[in-house]
Write a protein that binds this ligand. Structure first.
Ligand code: NAP
Length: 418
């Protein structure tokens, strides 16, 4: 049964399934096209035909009319306001929601989840995390009975592309300019290169994996702007490749979430993820490790994840969000590190450095020494150490007379999968 002349939506389970679309940009326009292309097939297997109801942009459509007409609201506007207000109003009106908005979910997710739970409304957001890589669904459904210990993710395609180009010898500035030229980076890439975009996605993943609310502000993040080309060269000599990796892990009854430039050994599942791709590795003793990878962005790709969520709601596969489980946030975590020291090569310097490191429980896994005299470099990889112990040791090292610059560090993921 089509919508009544008054504009009211058909009742549950009757007639076309009307989708109200907030936003008609890169993703919204691709979604509208894909919906029309796939409507026959979706109707064939689930009995109802999805159709586009109203569309809202800055210059077109009326939110109240779209809401009244819709069975479900798709939000692909982005930003916090007015998306937050529209979604809260839609939830209060009892409409199911599909959103691709990572910034909104990582800052106001709990408010939306609580409202959705109260109203028994489904809220799906596969496209908010790693584009078309179905990690949200896998965490919520396939792995819902698995105690997850850790998630590592390359969840920002722009930075992964830039780092891939830098590993071929391009400078950061040239690699970023190339990414902008071919459309992998926006004119203002600051959310991507600062790590903030990846931090928002990791906050959402941590909530899914551990049940604990994690706000974007709880995620420590560093981007790729400060990386130096020679760090990549030394890392290569040590058998390591550089990625921007988000980590969400359970530690000592708490949760730690961070996004950092990270060095990986060649056998790690994320080491081979190059170009604008995304990948997420989920670790648990029960399943050992699984990795999912695929395109992290793009209008049609993202629209496909959004439409998958719509179909999931239509077929009753989704349920309202689970209540939160409050876990403490842990910020001082154990990791291996790459350490780059620029120093004067004088007798006794190496011994002084290794003594300070040893006194602070920092043990060395491998070392590369280059150059002589004033500009010599000592580059090493430590074994796992509490980050606060390493920082304390390096503060002491920096005070040595022969050390010429502030020590540089990059996190290293030690695991070597074979
Ligand atoms: N692009 C991707 O590859 C990708 C991938 C994953 C997730 N996402 C997420 O998907 C969402 C949409 O991204 P996009 O790239 O499609 O953005 P976009 O191209 O900038 O499109 C945004 C759309 O929302 C509309 N809009 C924005 N503010 C509005 C307001 N205040 N009132 C009414 N309409 C408003 C815009 O209207 P006008 O047309 O009038 O300007 C435009 O149609 C974002 O949350 C983004 O993070 C995007």
């Amino acid at each position: 049964m089509p919508a009544s002349p008054s504009g009211a939506a058909a009742g549950p389970g009757e007639g076309p399934f009307r989708v109200g679309l907030l936003g008609h940009g890169t993703v919204g326009a691709a979604f509208a096209t894909l919906l029309a292309e796939r409507a026959d097939e979706i109707e064939r297997f689930n009995g109802r035909r999805p159709v586009l109801g109203g569309v809202l942009t800055r210059s077109r459509g009326d939110f109240e009319e779209i809401l009244a007409d819709a069975d479900l609201i798709v939000e692909v506007m982005g930003g916090i306001d007015p998306a937050r207000d529209y979604l809260m109003r839609a939830i209060r009106a009892g409409k199911d929601i599909v959103s691709a908005n990572k910034q909104l979910l990582s800052q106001y997710g709990e408010e939306l989840f609580e409202a959705a739970r109260e109203k028994g409304v489904r809220l799906r957001f596969e496209a908010a995390v790693a584009g078309v890589v179905p990690v949200v669904r896998v965490l919520e459904e396939s792995l819902s009975a698995t105690p997850i210990e850790r998630i590592h993710g390359i969840v920002n395609g722009t930075t992964n592309y830039v780092l891939t180009e830098m590993s071929k010898g391009l400078s950061y500035a040239d690699a970023l300019a190339e990414a902008q030229r071919i459309g992998y980076a926006e004119a203002d890439p600051s959310d991507d290169v600062s790590g903030r975009d990846a931090a928002a996605k990791m906050a959402i993943l941590a909530r899914l994996a551990f049940g604990s609310p994690v706000h974007l502000n709880d995620v420590r993040y560093e981007g790729i702007e400060q990386l130096q080309s020679d760090d990549l060269e030394y890392a290569r000599e040590l058998g390591l490749g550089l990625k921007l990796v988000g980590t969400a892990e359970r530690i000592d009854g708490g949760v730690s979430v961070h996004v950092l430039p990270t060095l990986l050994y060649g056998g790690h599942p994320l080491a081979s993820v190059s170009g604008p791709f995304n990948a997420v590795t989920v670790e648990s003793q029960t399943i050992t490790e699984i990795t999912m990878s695929g395109p992290g962005a793009g209008g049609r790709q993202t629209a496909s994840a959004v439409l998958g969520d719509v179909v999931s709601v239509m077929t009753g596969g989704a349920r309202p969000p689970a209540p939160p489980l409050e876990l403490p946030l842990i910020t001082d975590v154990r990791s291996a590190f790459y350490v780059h020291l620029e120093m004067e090569d004088r007798p006794g310097v190496l011994a002084a450095v290794t003594k300070i490191l040893g006194d602070n429980d920092v043990s060395i896994r491998s070392v590369v020494q280059r150059g002589i005299g004033e500009g010599s470099r000592l580059v090493m990889v430590t074994h796992r150490v509490l980050e606060s112990s390493l920082r304390k040791a390096l503060a002491e090292v920096a005070r040595l007379e022969s050390v010429r610059a502030r020590p540089r560090t990059i996190r290293v993921i030690e695991e070597e999968f074979v």
